[in-house]
Design a protein around this ligand. Structure first.
Ligand code: GN1
Ligand code: MG
Length: 357
């Protein structure tokens, strides 16, 4: 803990740190709340194995949040509460490198709450509006962003990694998961077809968040979206990814790692409300192709998540934090059940999108 106080000291805090506490259960970074006599901050140890170029990542975040702040002010909002604020170090850097780890600080947004589950249609609608609004405010951000994780939602790259993982079979687990491997192989062509549209330029590149699960949005206590957080993966891609990842998280009636598969399915009512909120902000500026493939994006990102969890299991659990030995396999199966539920309801998802457009 003493070490953490030394780290906090490096940043331009108002006051000195009097308390530092662990927060949340992110799969990648370690997050802490730092309290001084004056206010609270978020301190994060950025996972350098997963983000090889933390300085580039922080530069992306800085430029995107500066743009968002201008938009929020134009809309009459509060830029300190509605946009993440990066707190620099005393020497003016966006991060501190302690010789081994990279650290970054942002303002803690008081009076905010996060949700693990979209329990009400209103919360889903507001979440959709939040991500739709985030994208709308970034529609005129024309500067290039660094690709901080190679091919993050690029299926061609993911399948290359997948093929390599199967060939190497590092943890000798391949034989044990042949049924699960077949889930991936049987959908390979279809999923690549979607990504090929991005490669051909048939789906426009936009600024995307790339990790839009429900817990990455701060709400106020009246279910209004305050602020989109966890901007580590902000990059250029198809904005359909952001819709798809949110659908994967909001509509799940079970948990991402549910051990009881009977609890897992897609709640079509939550799908409708999220989509309605999203389209209220983004509908007018979407291309015809984006509209046509919107519902499919839910299947695409859920499939990708099945692949990523299973690949990590096969690799010997080197990417995601796990709580027990079979955790990645449990996650794989739970996400696959969700994918199946989406596939069954896909015609209805498409109909809902058409009705709402
Ligand atoms: C990771 O760390 P966290 O919880 O924000 C992952 C996402 C996955 C998610 C699954 C950089 O997000 O892509 O969808 O876990 N982030 C990274 O819950 O890989
Ligand atoms: Mg994240």
């Amino acid at each position: 803990m003493k070490h953490l106080y030394n780290i906090a000291e490096q940043f331009m805090l108002e006051g000195t740190a009097t308390e530092i506490k662990t927060l949340g259960e992110g799969f990648i970074n370690d997050t802490y709340v730092v309290t001084t006599e004056r206010r609270r901050y978020i301190l994060q140890r950025k996972n350098h194995n997963i983000f090889p170029d933390v300085p580039a990542m922080m530069d992306n975040i800085k430029r995107v949040t500066e743009h968002l702040k201008i938009k929020v002010v134009e809309r009459g909002g509060d830029p300190e509460r509605e946009v993440l604020t990066v707190v620099p170090t005393k020497s003016g850097e966006l991060y501190h490198h302690d010789g081994e780890n990279y650290w970054a600080v942002s303002l803690f947004i008081e009076g905010s709450v996060t949700h693990d589950k979209a329990d009400t249609p209103l919360l889903a609608y507001m979440g959709g509006k939040g991500i739709g609004g985030f994208q709308a405010m970034l529609a005129d951000f024309n500067e290039p962003l660094k690709e901080v994780i190679k091919g993050f939602h690029n299926m061609r790259w993911r399948l290359e990694q997948w093929d390599k993982a199967l060939t190497e079979d590092k943890a000798h687990r391949k034989a044990e998961v042949s049924e699960e491997i077949a889930w991936i192989e049987s959908r390979r062509a279809k999923m690549l077809e979607f990504w090929a549209m991005v490669e051909r330029g048939e789906l426009p590149m936009r600024v995307t968040h790339n990790d839009t699960k429900l817990s990455n949005i701060l709400f106020d206590t009246n279910d209004n979206v305050l602020c989109v957080i966890d901007l580590d993966t902000v990059m250029s891609s198809t904005s359909l990814n952001d819709f798809g990842d949110a659908i994967r998280s909001y509509t799940n009636t079970g948990k991402e790692d549910d051990t009881d598969l009977n609890r897992v399915s897609m709640d079509i009512n939550i799908f409708r409300h999220y989509t309605e909120g999203y389209l209220s902000e983004r509908g007018a500026t979407m291309s015809a192709n984006e509209k046509e493939w919107l519902a499919f994006a839910g299947l695409y990102i859920t499939f990708e998540q099945v692949l990523r969890f299973l690949m990590d299991y096969i690799d010997g659990d080197t990417y995601y934090k796990t709580a027990y030995p079979e955790h990645n396999l449990v996650r794989t199966r739970a996400q696959y059940r969700l994918l199946q539920s989406m596939e069954e309801q896909y015609p209805t998802m498409q109909r809902i999108v058409e009705e709402l457009l």
